[in-house]
Design a binder for this molecule. Structure first.
Ligand code: CMP
Length: 167
């Protein structure tokens, strides 16, 4: 628990430092993020393709497991989106089949993994991104990644205990 809190604290400081532009906003620091291969990616047997891209990018997979969320668990996970038009639909989708959840670690991994995923809307995703290559829909967009340090701490804690993050 203490190690977890220390990590959250360090990630928060890292965020502030970037925010104030100290050192040009770039201090190389290891951080962690949550990655999900969504039910469309698992159902279409794209797990290997996605993992290969993560490893090629140099990210360390410090934890990984297959889960199936209930509708209630999906709602809890996406609670920041409660009230948005897609909330019911995306939580139906995320509880429609198994997902692969992973903790990725690396320098600047939150931003770098988001770049590798591409835009939420695959039609706007850059060439070479996971969503551009495989997504079929703004909702069925293959992968998820935390959007910041605080979100990463919440999302990692949603699926993993400290013991499961083996490094
Ligand atoms: P994700 O990055 O996991 O974050 C929230 C998810 O909701 C998003 O990917 C999509 O799966 C879904 N989503 C976001 N915006 C929309 C939208 N405009 N229409 C449908 N689904 C969306």
């Amino acid at each position: 628990m203490e190690a977890f809190l220390l990590r959250v604290f360090l990630q928060q400081i890292h965020g502030w430092v970037n925010c104030f532009g100290i050192s040009g906003g770039r201090i190389p620091m290891k951080e962690r993020t949550l990655a999900i291969i969504k039910p469309d990616g698992v159902g279409r047997k794209l797990v290997g393709e996605v993992v290969k891209r993560l490893e090629t990018a140099g990210f360390d997979i410090v934890a990984m497991k297959k889960i199936r969320m209930t509708k209630g668990q999906a709602k809890g996970f996406y609670r920041v989106h409660k009230g948005k038009p897609f909330y019911e639909s995306v939580t139906d989708f995320m509880s429609s089949g198994p997902c692969i959840v992973m903790i990725l670690e690396g320098e600047d991994v939150i931003a770098r993994y988001r770049k590798l995923m591409g835009a939420t809307d695959f039609l706007k995703a850059e060439e070479g991104t996971i969503r551009r290559a495989f997504a079929t829909d703004i909702e069925k967009n293959i992968v998820h990644g935390s959007d910041g340090a605080e979100t990463a701490a919440f999302e990692i804690g949603y699926f993993f205990s400290e013991l499961e993050a083996v490094g």
